[in-house]
Design a protein around this ligand. Sequence first.
Ligand SMILES: Nc1ncnc2c1ncn2[C@@H]1O[C@H](COP(=O)(O)OP(=O)(O)OP(=O)(O)O)[C@@H](O)[C@H]1O
Length: 336
Amino acid sequence: MEFKVRLNTQGRPPLEATAAFSAQSVLLGLTGPSGAGKTTLLRALAGLEKCAQVNVSSYRRSSPRIMMVFSEPCLFPHLSVEENLILARQYSADSGASLTTYTALCHCEHLLGRAAVSLSSGEAQRVALARALASQPDILLIDEGMGAIDSATRRAIISGLKQYATKTQLQVVLVSHDISDLALYADELALLEAGSLVCAGQVARVLGHYATETSLVPCLSLLEGKATDPDPRYPYHRFLCEGQVLYAHSRASFEEHVRLVVDARQVSLDKMDVNQSTLVNAFACQIVSMDTLSDAELRVTLRQGDTTLYAIISHLSRDRLGLTAGDAVTARFKLC
Ligand SMILES: Nc1ncnc2c1ncn2[C@@H]1O[C@H](COP(=O)(O)OP(=O)(O)OP(=O)(O)O)[C@@H](O)[C@H]1O
């Protein structure tokens, strides 16, 4: 997907954003502080900002069909859930398609008979997402459209949506303030600040920019690798990152790609080889740099191979361990 958007009219903060994402990327994450222009950008892409100059193309079609999901579900309140979905399906290329795929994907099969007006916020968001999918767009824009859904269900939906998008060549742009969600699932990530895309591309690189070049929180790192053989005794998966065994929640099949998102405040550093801690993940790495964040804390940038990990520690901890750039250390953190 490629786009170029320009909005420069009186009374509105200017917006100028150009991006080109790889053909293999089906899920694009977009984040940024409040008021940065994320909703405006999505509205422009959807053709809802009449004064904006917009160019958008997908690798599937030069004039893609675009659908937008808002944080307010905007269902037709006088219709049932099923009727809302049937109405949307009439706008798809296949008006006889079964709705089951969409309701299963959005965990809302059990809501079909309910009146739209009776749904909770999270239920209505699931139905709004299913309704958008039922119209079979080429590009789906989701503007914080899952914020009211509990995090376990939300992550299951995002993961399923990614698999569905891969199968059908749908491209999804997901706007969220939950950077962990985006870091876990997005193929590429973009950061919008004051109407400009300040960084876009590989998730780990954008997280690095987020951690080191902005004052935004949280400070996150991405550790990834292939799942090893599962240990049937525990409901975790083991995976190899830079040749080291790490653990993450849930199960993955052998060789499946695994991502672990680590909050820098959850990382502790030491110089011991053996792991006698309840923190099961131990990652041997080297200190690249230490940057003062405040009179209490500093950010340590650690590296092993191609992987960068951040830790936020106190000045006291640094002094007690005598940590300096170049030191070999073990970074420990919980199963995240
Ligand atoms: N119709 C409008 N007229 C004037 N200013 C507007 C209009 N719509 C949005 N804005 C302003 O444009 C800026 C960007 O708003 P936008 O809603 O796109 O931000 P956002 O990044 O989605 O924020 P949030 O994360 O809080 O939802 C804000 O300063 C907002 O007040």
